[in-house]
Design a protein. Structure first.
Length: 390
């Protein structure tokens, strides 16, 4: 503020700094590839974690001009001016793999390929006859006599994907093994309670999962950023009036049990499409949702602070409780909110989100969904014998 003049950004230094400091580890570039695949409408992301190479392949169902190898070559010359978010994501992923541990990195779309050796790149022809929508990242790792480093890298990469990409709409396949889709009980996975038939196991009390009162699923519209969750088993629920999906044992007058929180994730399940409740029998086993709200109105989850899970293009950016320092969060007490978002500001990597004012405003926009879930629970509770008699 007390000086004047002109300065320039050293593009070579910028590439080096971005590659070294943007991500906690080079493995986080795999998360960017999952995000890119989801933005391009891929149904599956195939990841090969080898001893001397890492490969990510997917079939794009949308336009790939913004990540064409020739355009990416220009973007890498000035990584601070990449333009659209898709190009930025891929630029960061490529830069993260230019360290000393890697011999080369190549990015191909169809038959066009960009190969990077160090900080220099060259365009060349790829494999002939490849589908024009086939995208592939191929990284060659530098050999090392410390064999445990290769094993550690592969294990860390697989663990990172299983943890951060669990809600990805695109199926993630790691070394030919498809990663399991997220079960609905993950929403309440941070909660534990005591069953009424509490018993000692060794010298410790046995804790159980906590079933939600109501799980409200807002199905996503076409091409809308979304998350995926497995639908609970149809055999565990029965559909009653006004599309009330109720835990089957809960409507029996002789019932003395509670849902186990895993195979039976909640007392009631609410599915909404275009503002209307629908039967869970009209929902696919692995469907896409814009938001999911777990309503905990009894049990150990009732007094908990609101927990928020934010997912962007299939990668979890935020998963923690929000302290009730704002009046707008009071009504959400005892809830868990999972939603897809592509607007909230993040750090440079695009993989981390903080508890900002923008996040609180975004959460407040789900108040209508909370009200619908509350109303649904009131109707469902009147048909559940054990809840009706409390």
């Amino acid at each position: 503020m007390d000086s004047s003049g002109r300065f320039q950004i050293d593009a070579e230094a910028a590439r080096k700094k971005l590659g070294e400091t943007t991500f906690p580890s080079p493995n986080h570039a795999l998360l960017k590839m999952v995000q890119i695949a989801n933005q391009l409408g891929a149904e599956q992301v195939r990841v090969v974690l080898g001893r001397f190479h890492t490969q990510v392949t997917f079939e794009a169902r949308r336009e790939t001009d913004s990540i064409d190898p020739e355009r990416m070559d220009r973007a890498l010359q000035d990584p601070l001016k990449t333009g659209d978010s898709l190009t930025t994501d891929l630029t960061l992923a490529l830069l993260a793999n230019l360290g000393e541990e890697h011999l080369s990195t190549s990015w191909s779309v169809g038959e066009r390929k960009l190969t990077l050796h160090g900080s220099s790149g060259c365009l060349e022809d790829g494999e002939e006859g490849v589908n024009s929508g086939t995208c592939r990242l191929y990284v060659r790792h530098r050999p090392s006599w410390r064999l445990w480093r290769h094993a550690s890298r592969r294990a860390d990469a697989a663990s990172l994907l299983r943890h951060k990409a669990v809600y990805s709409p695109a199926r993630v396949v790691i070394n030919k093994e498809e990663m399991a889709a997220a079960p609905a009980f993950l929403l309440n996975d941070h909660l534990r309670g005591m069953s009424e038939a509490t018993r000692l196991v060794g010298s410790r009390w046995r804790s159980t999962r906590v079933a939600a009162s109501n799980l409200c699923f807002q199905l996503a519209q076409e091409r809308e950023d979304s998350v995926t969750l497995l639908r609970p088993a149809l055999s565990a629920y029965v559909v009653r009036q006004n599309h009330l999906n109720l835990w089957v044992s809960g409507i029996r007058a002789s019932n003395t049990l509670v849902p186990d929180g895993e195979s039976s994730v909640a007392w009631a399940l609410q599915y909404r499409r275009r503002g209307e409740n629908i039967s869970m029998r009209k929902v696919r086993k692995r469907d896409l949702f814009q938001a999911v709200l777990a309503l905990n109105r009894h049990g150990s989850g009732e007094g908990e602070h609101l927990r928020v899970k934010v997912v962007r293009h299939g990668v979890t950016l935020f998963d923690q409780s929000l302290l009730p320092t704002d009046d707008r969060l009071e009504d959400f007490a005892g809830c868990v909110l999972l939603f897809a978002d592509s607007e909230l500001p993040t750090e440079l990597s695009g993989l981390k989100l903080g508890p900002t004012e923008a996040l609180i405003r975004k959460v407040d926009r789900f108040r209508p969904l909370l009200e619908e879930a509350e109303n649904y629970w009131k109707q469902a509770r009147s048909l559940l014998y054990r809840e009706r008699t409390r």
